[in-house]
Design a protein around this ligand. Structure first.
Ligand code: SAM
Ligand code: SF4
Length: 508
């Protein structure tokens, strides 16, 4: 299963006007595809190896190498792993050949990730032969499912560590170093790594991801996440606020709060820090973070439509620095399919939520995740999906075709009965609708001026900056010898656009 490049800190995708037609090409050739024009699941970062920590004066005698796959939560987890390993005297390297420890932080939401990881592990085996003593480990969501396969059957790895067991890494590394197979895939009900300060690997120094919760209790029938990442738990609000303040103090100007279902964030017992005598809900957390500074932008992902409340929407509307952008995965436009997916809302209910967002924040952009070809999906259901997309006018979407995952409710209850060519054709139709709507949405911005946070130089031209609007759209504009730099806000007037990028000029 594969997908197309995302943009995140890699603006070149947005700058490529032909990209979406390439997406369409991929879509009919790959089993699962996403059109990634925002940060949560950034395809260009898949398999990315982290650079050594910047501004780290230490000399290390031992080094670790880590490649990350999957959603942004996994990338954020790699920063926690880096922090734990750094405490043990390991420095990061991007050169796998000089690493004493090699880790793959894996994802199982997509079938192809498994094949990619196996291929990478085989390559590492050769490397281990040349450098005896090098340890190879599998981290993250694939750990539980493939532990015996990787460790015992195929003998590809020395360590297998699940997403809730990173604190035990030092002991496991020692165990593996003494020739034993080291494994910990236990899921926890309370681990949030709240006290571990992540080491920002490869950061642009402007925007950072902050995990606010882990796991998921939702049990959407297609999804493997509740099995690989365990029960939902919210991180201590005080540690989240401290991390955000610290980031702002270190020059960061944007935080994205991460969780599988951020709107169900709930933390009790932080009165002295938050000023609230009641438990901290997501709306309250958002407000507290927004108050750190008007110069700190706040984003979040992902919202489950059933949990996003008016209180959250009004909080967003009240604070200019809470970005006007909501990722609101719909999955399907058919009530029947939504029921089988266990999404707990109907088509009409979802549409009313979109109305409510637009009523409270007319300038809010909305994106979605969409699955084509779920079990029993008929043409009529598919047309419901196309029409709900038109109704919601998504600015962009992540689009997949259904891929049965072992152990999920859907795999146990339903037959994966939509033929692959039908899934691919429907996905191509969904992509075509989204491509048209993305371009239309960008065209509507022509002539308007937006406040842009500069994230860095454009990948394509050192004479241009790349930044984002509150709505999470990517802007590219000439520097023109101005004083503005990375981390600054500028007003940019839009002159031209492609499907993925708005081009303009600073009008400050
Ligand atoms: N928690 C988020 C939510 O509920 O919106 C989504 C998390 S999931 C990591 C990201 C997306 O992957 C889902 O929204 C869904 O569209 C897609 N996905 C998950 N399982 C899938 C499967 N078995 N086949 C195809 N797409 C899948
Ligand atoms: Fe998976 Fe649903 Fe949880 Fe999202 S909300 S992680 S799709 S089970």
């Amino acid at each position: 299963m594969d997908s197309v490049p995302g943009n995140s800190t890699l603006p070149s995708c947005q700058e490529n006007s032909s990209l979406l037609s390439i997406f369409a090409f991929f879509s009919i050739n790959r089993p699962m595809l996403e059109l990634a024009i925002h940060k949560v699941h950034d395809e260009e970062r898949q398999g990315e190896a982290y650079a050594p920590f910047t501004l780290d004066p230490n000399q290390y005698s031992k080094r670790f190498y880590i490649e990350s796959y999957g959603c942004q939560m996994n990338f954020a987890d790699s920063e926690i792993v880096a922090s734990i390993l750094n405490q043990q005297g390991f420095g990061a390297t991007r050169n796998v050949e000089e690493a004493d420890l090699i880790f793959l932080n894996t994802c199982s939401i997509r079938e192809k990730a498994e094949q990619t990881v196996r291929k990478r592990l085989t390559e590492f085996r050769k490397l281990k032969r040349d450098r005896p003593g090098t340890l190879v480990g599998v981290l993250g969501c694939m750990a539980e499912r493939l532990k015996s396969k990787f460790l015992e059957e195929e003998k590809l790895v020395d360590l297998v560590v699940g997403p809730d067991a990173y604190r035990t890494l030092p002991a496991l590394v020692e165990e593996a170093g003494s020739g034993q197979k080291a494994i910990n895939v236990l899921l926890s009900r309370d681990e949030t790594y709240a006290d571990i300060s992540p080491i920002r690997l490869d950061s642009n120094g402007v925007s950072a991801f902050v995990s606010i919760m882990r796991g998921c209790n939702n049990m959407c029938s297609f999804c493997v996440v509740p099995f690989t990442r365990g029960r939902e738990r919210s991180r201590d609000a005080r540690s989240i606020l401290a991390e955000c303040r610290d980031l702002f103090g270190n020059g960061y100007r944007e935080v994205t709060l991460l969780g599988q279902n951020v709107d169900s964030y709930y933390y009790a017992g932080a009165e002295e820090e938050t000023g609230y005598s009641e438990p901290v809900t997501f709306a309250r957390l958002l407000e507290q973070i927004a108050r750190i500074s008007p110069l700190l932008r706040v984003r979040f992902s992902t919202s489950h439509p059933k949990d996003i409340t008016d209180e959250v929407l009004y909080t967003m509307a009240r604070h200019e620095n809470i970005c006007k952008y909501i990722h609101l995965p719909v999955q399907s436009g058919s009530t029947r399919i939504l029921q089988m997916m266990n999404r707990t809302y109907t088509r009409e209910w979802y549409m009313a939520k979109v109305d409510r967002i637009r009523e409270i924040m007319p300038d809010c952009s909305i994106s979605a995740d969409i699955i084509a070809g779920f079990c029993t999906e008929e043409e009529a259901d598919h047309h419901d999906t196309l029409s709900i997309m038109e109704y919601a006018r998504y600015d962009y979407s992540y689009m997949f075709f259904y891929s049965e995952r072992p152990g999920t409710l859907a795999q146990r209850r339903y037959k994966d009965d939509v033929p692959e060519e039908v899934k691919k054709r429907r996905l191509a139709e969904i992509i075509a609708v989204q491509n048209r709507m993305s371009l239309e949405s960008n065209r509507q911005d022509l002539g308007k001026t937006f406040r842009i946070l500069i994230e860095g130089e454009s990948k394509k031209s050192s004479g241009h900056w790349m930044g984002r609007s509150s709505q999470n759209k990517v802007f590219v504009f000439a520097k023109n010898g101005g004083a503005a730099g990375k981390g600054d806000y500028v007003n940019v007037r839009v002159n031209e656009c492609t499907q993925g990028t708005l081009l303009g000029d600073i009008v400050d």
